[in-house]
Every structure is written in C-alpha cells, then in structure tokens.
Design a protein around this ligand. Structure first.
Ligand SMILES: Nc1nc2c(ncn2[C@@H]2O[C@H](COP(=O)(O)OP(=O)(O)OP(=O)(O)O)[C@@H](O)[C@H]2O)c(=O)[nH]1
Ligand SMILES: [K+]
Ligand SMILES: [Mg+2]
Length: 399
C-alpha cells in the first residue's frame, strides 16, 4: 500500500471514530501516524537528488512572495498588473503551467512575485503540479492566497488544509512548547498552566508513537495534540498569508464589505484596478522588511539605496547590517551612530547587538577613525535627520 492510501485509510478510521474522552488517546495516536506519513511523503524518493521536475526559479530581490490559488482566480492577471511582466491569462483553467517570476518595485526595495499554476484539492498529495507549487510557496517569505470573491468561501479552507498537510502554518506562531530529546532519564512532563486538551498520558502516547522514550517537555500554553505533533515533527514552516479576494467587480457591495472585514484579507479587482495599492501596502507590512540607510562620514545618506534586512531572514541588528555590507566589516567597527525610530536620541551610539528599525540611518565609526564633527558626545545634531519622512528623503538634508 502506498503512503497516500495509508493516510486515506487512517483518515477514514478517524472519521468513523466518535470523539469523546474514551477515544481521545486513540485519535491522538492516529493524528501522529498521519503526521509521520505526511513527513515521509515530503522526503525525496530514494536515489533522487531531491530536485526532480520542480520549478527552478532563482531567488531575486529582498523578498519572495508566492501567488497561490485555485485555477482562474486571476493570479496571472495580478502578476502582470503588479510587475509589468506578462503572464498569460485566459478564461480556461490551468492557463499557467509553470512558475513565472516578476519584480515589484516598492519602497526602494525589489520584491520577487511568483505566479504559479492553479492548485486544487489533493494538491498536497500530488494532484496536478500541486507538490511543486507548494514547494515554491514554502520557499517564499509570504503567501498571497488569491481567491475568487464570487466563488465558495470553502476554497480558502481547502487551500489552507492543502498547505497545512505539507507542514505550512499560515498566520500562526510556533506553539509555546519546550521539547528536547534526551539520551536517558525517561520523559519529564511539565506545564506552566492547566492543560485542557492534552494530559500526561496522551503526551506519552504520542511520544511513544515517535519512539521517543527520553525527553523533556514543558507546555507554556494550553496547546492541542496537533501543536504537540508540530513541535515533535519540528519541520513546520510558520508563514504570513494575506487572503486576496479578487473579482469584487462581479459581487455586491454587501459581500465586498463582509470579505474585506475578515482577518488578513484584502479585496481587489484586477479588472477595475481596485485596491491594488492597498494590497501592496499590506504585503509590504507583512514582510516586515527593515530598510537601513548608510550615512558615510561627512556625507548625506543615499536614500534611494537601502540595505534591506529582515527579522525572518538573517536578523536586524547592527551586526547583521554590517555583514550585509561586507563580511569582514564587523571586526573593524568601533560603534555606530543611529538616527531613526530605533534610537532613543539622535544620534545614538550603538553596539553590534542594537536592533535596527525600518528607515533608520546608520553611520559606521571604525576603530582608529574619528567620528564626524570630532570626538565627544555633544556633537551637533543638526547635520542628521531626526526622523526620516518621505518628504525629507526627496529634499537634500541640511548639513
Ligand atoms: N471579473 C473579473 N475577472 C477577472 C479579474 N481578474 C482576472 N479576471 C479574469 O479571470 C480569468 C482568469 O484569469 P487568470 O489570470 O488567467 O487566472 P489564473 O489564476 O492565473 O488562472 P490559472 O493560471 O489557470 O490558474 C481571466 O479571464 C481574467 O480576465 C477581475 O478582477 N474581475
Ligand atoms: K486561467
Ligand atoms: Mg495563471
């Protein structure tokens, strides 16, 4: 029997089993069995390099965004509108058969947007090109789930389930469960608060299913069995997802209003070019990019060319910033001067561990190099931006 058949069989058994206190342990065990099989399903077949016929698209720019959705919801139309790169759009399903990259220029950053074939129920098990599409989603920083506003709202749940089946967790944070495998000592089970979904016995049973007999486990929140399994599996990817309801031109205003109020949702119409600016702003916010402008000593910062950092990718400290400029820079840095929202006063003298925020300005002071305006803390502040507004960026700063 293949892995998919095994999963189906267990799913059927779960559907047959009534949910109550007596079956709780059994159901938990079945969930763990499915999770193990799904992980097996993700492993590349033995003997292959793992790549297979995936969509090989080189990463480009400061972040990557994937368009995921059912066929004909308007993904390609949206890519063409936002990036100017043409991607064939048509009224028949599966117009797009491969991954088509485009670039969004936004806030002086470049973001790679990927158009992908439509996916359908069963994608995670390999229907259509589902597996390859989902692999691209996993390689992205955020997902835009494109939905047809005139179609069933169930589509959103179906797609979420498909992505969850391969270990993606949308708009969730990792469960607050500390878990560490040990060599000896048995299982130590603790929690910092009363648990209503999981007890010691269930926890042992799940661990047993994974053949884990020595481990330390501490619940810091009232987590579920699914959370526990996620932590044990350890291969989940937690991603932001914006639900993009397209084609609002064909539905009534009441429906538009209702969809727009749902969490993490933006309503748009590609045909009428409605709300695309809102979508871009939302996408930008969710990506959490941090633009840092370098100010060379005695010169104005170049506001058109930021160093772009991200908490999810590499971090946002002064050290991360230095490493972005040059790997060997860190060892020469004495301290840095920071202007912007991360600074308590302007300029603030900061060390390598200081966390930078979006639109900060940084001047690096190297060892054996004097800072601008001579030594001392009471240097003039007038030559540097207090807060960098878009307006200021366009006009040269006074020195
Ligand atoms: N009414 C309306 N139709 C739209 C809108 N955006 C796209 N369409 C139409 O929807 C159809 C499908 O658009 P595509 O861009 O090909 O959709 P897709 O999601 O890329 O489809 P696949 O590549 O087949 O998965 C086309 O006929 C588009 O013209 C919109 O905002 N309103
Ligand atoms: K289409
Ligand atoms: Mg398409």
């Amino acid at each position: 029997m293949g892995i998919i058949e095994k999963i189906k069989e267990i799913e059927a058994e779960m559907a047959r089993t009534q949910k109550n206190k007596a079956t709780e342990y059994h159901l938990g065990q079945l969930k763990a069995k499915i999770a193990k099989l799904r992980t097996q399903l993700l492993e590349p077949p033995k003997g292959s390099s793992g790549g297979g016929e995936g969509f090989e698209v080189t990463k480009f720019g400061h972040g990557r965004v994937a368009l995921i959705g059912f066929p004909s919801v308007g993904k390609s139309t949206l890519l063409t509108m936002l990036t100017g790169t043409h991607s064939e759009a048509a009224s028949y399903e599966f117009t797009t058969l491969t991954c088509i990259p485009g670039i969004i220029h936004y806030n002086d950053t470049k973001i790679q947007l990927l158009d992908l074939p439509g996916i359908i129920e069963g994608a995670s098990e390999g229907k259509g090109r589902g597996r390859q599409v989902i692999a691209v989603a996993k390689s992205s920083d955020i997902v835009l789930m494109v939905l047809d506003a005139s179609k069933s709202e169930g589509h959103r749940q179906i797609l979420t389930r498909e992505l969850e089946a391969v270990g993606l967790r949308l708009n969730k944070r990792p469960p607050q469960i500390y878990f560490k495998k040990k060599k000896t000592g048995g299982i130590s089970f603790n929690s910092t608060l009363p648990l209503t979904h999981v007890d010691e016995k269930l926890c042992y049973q799940i661990l047993h299913e994974y053949k884990i007999h020595n481990a330390e486990i501490l619940f810091r929140e009232d987590a579920t069995v699914d959370d526990l399994i996620d932590v044990i599996e350890g291969n989940r990817k937690y991603m932001k997802c914006v639900y993009v309801y397209n084609k609002i031109d064909v539905i009534g205003i009441d429906d538009v209003d209702r969809l727009a109020r749902q969490p993490n949702s933006v309503v748009i119409s590609c045909n009428l070019k409605l709300n695309l600016d809102r979508l871009l702003a939302r996408m930008w916010d969710e990506m959490g990019l941090v633009r840092v402008y370098t100010k060379p000593q005695g010169q104005q910062p170049d506001f058109s060319d930021p160093v772009v950092l991200s908490a999810d990718r590499g971090g946002c400290t002064v050290e991360d910033f230095c490493n972005h400029i040059h790997r060997s820079l860190v060892k020469d840095v004495k301290y840095v001067l920071v202007w912007g929202s991360s600074a308590r006063h302007y300029p603030q003298h900061c060390g390598l561990s200081h966390n930078l925020r979006d639109e900060d300005v940084v001047q690096i002071v190297k060892k054996k190099e004097k800072e601008e305006g001579g030594r001392g803390r009471f240097k003039s502040h007038s030559n540097a931006p207090a807060r960098i507004s878009d307006r200021e960026k366009k006009a040269p700063l006074k020195t």
